[in-house]
Design a protein around this ligand. Structure first.
Ligand SMILES: Nc1ncnc2c1ncn2[C@@H]1O[C@H](COP(=O)(O)OP(=O)(O)O)[C@@H](O)[C@H]1O
Ligand SMILES: O=c1ccn([C@@H]2O[C@H](COP(=O)(O)O)[C@@H](O)[C@H]2O)c(=O)[nH]1
Length: 257
């Protein structure tokens, strides 16, 4: 008889090599600006029952790629204030910081991260701690662009929302929440955001495992993704030879902290 968790030669030959679902389970969530990436992640987190959990105990964490914008020079900052700095180009990010942070989270380490301030186009001085979790959602416009990052995801989601809808949402959001005026938003969007989306973000859609049309409105897609995560993280689903357990939508089964 074979011990639970071990593989026999037939299983190895037929690709049943993976014994364990990786922890943390890392999910990349890409998509254009204002496509609903944050909203989709928030819904996943909520449906996994993690909303009311203290941040130190959370089994699911959301990391926003905007956290990793590199500090600007004075000259770049002057351009940014006029909507003329390209925040949608891969060079706008501190790539090492981004990759090392994700590596640390994958290694089960806690990390310290700044809060990004869209009004000053800079990181806040005070940094906060993100604790190890079972599921890491890493979301941003270019999270599929960098191969080193791409290789760390166990699941890749692309939030695919109509560009007119995205622009309308961006105008509302950036006037209300990011201290911008409409002229500045439209100038930045037409000269930088849209061309960069077409050059750098849209071509990465091909890497997605799941494309989510209409973002957070797509409850069917979000329900399926949440069910899949719950099933993957159920302890008995980690063992080859064990029967798949019945799905229980009431509870998220993760590592006790
Ligand atoms: N389904 C929706 N209907 C209406 N507004 C939405 C919807 N999804 C997102 N929004 C709004 O659009 C803006 C961008 O959404 P967000 O989830 O932050 O997108 P992203 O993270 O891709 O930039 C936010 O102001 C958000 O409240
Ligand atoms: O200082 C900044 C930093 C970023 N942006 C814009 O933000 C979006 C990315 O955030 P989403 O939440 O995905 O929309 C990107 O398109 C940048 O243009 C900015 O304007 N200023």
């Amino acid at each position: 008889m074979m011990a639970a968790g071990s593989t026999n030669s037939w299983q190895r030959k037929n690709g049943f090599e993976r014994e364990r679902v990786p922890r943390p389970f890392v999910i990349g969530v890409a998509g254009g600006t204002a496509s609903g990436k944050s909203s989709v992640c928030a819904k996943i987190m909520q449906q996994l029952g993690q909303d009311d959990v203290d941040h130190k105990q959370r089994q699911v964490v959301i990391i926003n790629q905007d956290t990793f914008y590199r500090p600007l020079t004075e000259e770049e900052n002057a351009k940014a204030l006029k909507g003329e700095f390209n925040f949608d180009h891969p060079d706008a990010f501190d790539n090492d910081f981004m990759v090392n942070t994700l590596k640390d989270l994958v290694a089960g380490k806690e990390v310290k991260l700044p809060q990004y301030n869209y009004k000053t186009n800079a990181r806040e001085e005070k940094w906060h701690t993100v604790y190890p979790a079972d599921v890491v959602l890493f979301e941003g416009i270019l999270v599929f662009y960098f191969k080193e990052l791409r290789d760390m995801y166990h699941m890749k989601l692309f939030v695919d929302t109509d560009p007119d809808t995205r622009l309308a949402r961006r105008v509302l959001r950036d006037t209300k929440e990011r201290g911008r005026d409409i002229e500045n938003i439209l100038h930045q969007y037409t000269t930088l955001v849209k061309p960069a989306f077409e050059e750098f973000c849209l071509p990465t859609k091909k890497y997605a495992d799941v494309i989510i049309p209409r973002g957070a409105d797509n409850t069917v897609a979000i329900d399926l993704i949440v069910q899949h995560i719950q099933e993957l993280l159920r302890p008995s689903a980690n063992k080859i030879g064990n029967k798949r357990p019945r799905y229980n939508s009431d509870s998220f089964v993760g590592r006790p902290h």
